[in-house]
Design a binder for this molecule. Structure first.
Ligand code: EPU
Length: 439
């Protein structure tokens, strides 16, 4: 596929699109299948690049993967799990961060694991110190090599008590995927409790795990000696749903997002309403629309669940450029997730970024020299531009900006977007967007 899209903006996006399973759950549920003695079946799987990357990694480890793309069904048979060649994992993992989550399951199955240097979106340093610390706490031996990390568990993995310094999503998943088959009891304090993690816990419970979640971010796991396969329907992608909702607002459109669900989107829906967007929750999805008139400026702080997700921030900022007054955005999850605003400035947006914590409370990036707060002044008409997609969410936001802007924009690097947005060009067509893929 070509990497360059010409977008003819200025037309409201109107119509219906469908979102399927959450990218940030599906990939983890696929890894969980490694823990079972029998095959697993996952439904509502979107066709995104991350699914192909994790399928490939599973296949390298001997898992038989049968993927019915149309039906969105993945069958994963882990009967013959084996050690993969280091070079193959490295070549296949590409920019994905998922390999780090293979550690616990592979240590249980094979007694060893290799993790190549990790990629993922360039939205900060994205360290893996919590992950390695957790694996060590279970008794794993961690050896760093020039191209990655070798892990082994000569004496098996044993339950542990662990407190996270920050409720990291990936680190919580790491602990869950390791604890379920570790010997004895594990207790995690300050755990992340995102809906995608709760759905992973659903999957693990179906497999035979014993996991309880307290209201104070404490998760307890009683290790069991074996697990079986699962059959599960993935929860819906609330990041994709919010991205299309923001696109409706920024382009003055009206989009019905089939498959969007209210409980996982409470914080987004409150903010969407405060900005002046309207929505209707229906049985099979949510309609998001611009009701006409002025949008309102807001103060927005991203946070871990149940707060306003960091992944919702970038698409919504595009809509905030069309709101009347000064909006304040404080990004508290990643230190470097406002870089995408530079391209918006080039399109006419008035956005100033700051190192200080604006918006009401101090976060851990406050004294650290990171531009993690922004003031957005609006409304400013957006004009077409040449844009280079920086990362998945930033890239989708640039696409929304190009669709809202008058004129013809060039958007380069669009293949980054299909890492997490299923058939986004087909959906744009269905919504009446005008664009051409360069030859
Ligand atoms: N962190 C550390 N050390 C670690 C791990 C994390 O300092 O070992 C820090 C990170 O640098 C970050 C914060 O903790 O500042 C939160 O990171 P977290 O571990 O929660 O993020 P993640 O598991 O790497 C997942 C999603 C992200 C999403 C975040 C937050 C996947 C594959 N990725 O990342 O999704 O933004 O949780 O909800 O599940 C995306 O979909 O575009 C995306 C980036």
């Amino acid at each position: 596929m070509s990497d360059l899209l010409y977008v003819n903006g200025g037309t409201p996006l109107n119509g219906t699109i469908r979102v399927r399973g959450a990218k940030n759950f599906v990939s983890k549920a696929m890894v969980a299948a490694l823990l079972g003695e029998t095959p697993s079946v996952l439904r509502n799987v979107p066709e995104i690049r991350d699914v192909h990357v994790v399928s490939g990694l599973l296949q390298l480890h001997g898992v038989n993967v049968d993927y019915d793309v149309e039906a969105g069904t993945l069958s994963l048979d882990p009967s013959n799990v084996e050690t993969a060649h280091v070079a193959d994992i490295d070549a296949h993992a590409g920019s994905s961060r998922i390999p780090i989550l293979f550690c616990g399951p592979l240590l249980h199955r094979l007694g060893e694991a290799f993790i190549p240097d990790l990629g993922g979106c360039r939205i900060g340093d994205r360290p893996i110190n919590y992950h390695l610390d957790i694996l060590r706490a279970f008794g794993a031996q961690v050896d760093k090599h020039p191209h990655g990390i070798f892990l082994s568990a000569p004496n098996g993995l044993k339950g542990t008590k662990y407190q996270l310094a920050y409720p990291s999503v990936g680190a919580t998943e790491q602990l869950l995927l390791t604890a379920v088959r570790a010997e004895g009891i594990t207790e995690l304090s300050n755990a992340a409790i995102e809906p995608e993690i709760m759905d992973l816990i659903n999957v693990l419970q179906k497999m035979g795990a014993i996991i309880s979640v307290d209201t104070d971010r404490v998760i307890r796991i009683e290790g069991v000696s074996s697990l079986k396969g699962y059959s599960h329907t993935a929860l819906s992608d609330r990041i994709e749903a919010a991205s299309w909702a923001s696109a409706a607002l920024a382009t003055k459109g009206d989009i019905f997002v089939e498959g969007a669900t209210q409980p996982e989107m409470l914080a987004f829906l409150n903010t969407f309403r405060k900005v002046g967007g309207q929505f209707e929750v229906q049985d099979n999805g949510i309609r998001f629309y611009h009701p006409g008139g002025d949008l309102k400026s807001i103060v927005l702080e991203t946070d871990v669940h149940p707060g306003f997700m960091t992944d919702w921030q970038q698409p919504l900022v595009v809509a905030l450029t069309q709101a009347k007054g000064l909006s304040i955005v404080h990004e508290t999850v990643y230190e470097n997730r406002l870089g995408f605003t530079e391209a918006l400035r080039g399109m006419g947006a008035q956005i100033q970024v700051y190192k200080e914590c604006l918006g009401g409370r101090d976060c851990r990036f406050g004294q650290m020299n990171f531009h993690h707060s922004a003031v957005v002044a609006g409304p400013t008409p957006l004009t077409a531009a040449d844009i280079e997609v920086p990362d998945l969410r930033g890239g989708f936001s640039h696409l929304i900006a190009a669709l809202a802007a008058e004129g013809r924009s060039k958007v380069r690097g669009i293949t980054l977007i299909d890492r997490g947005y299923e058939n986004f060009m087909g959906k744009l067509k269905a919504l009446g967007a005008s664009f051409e893929l360069s030859d």
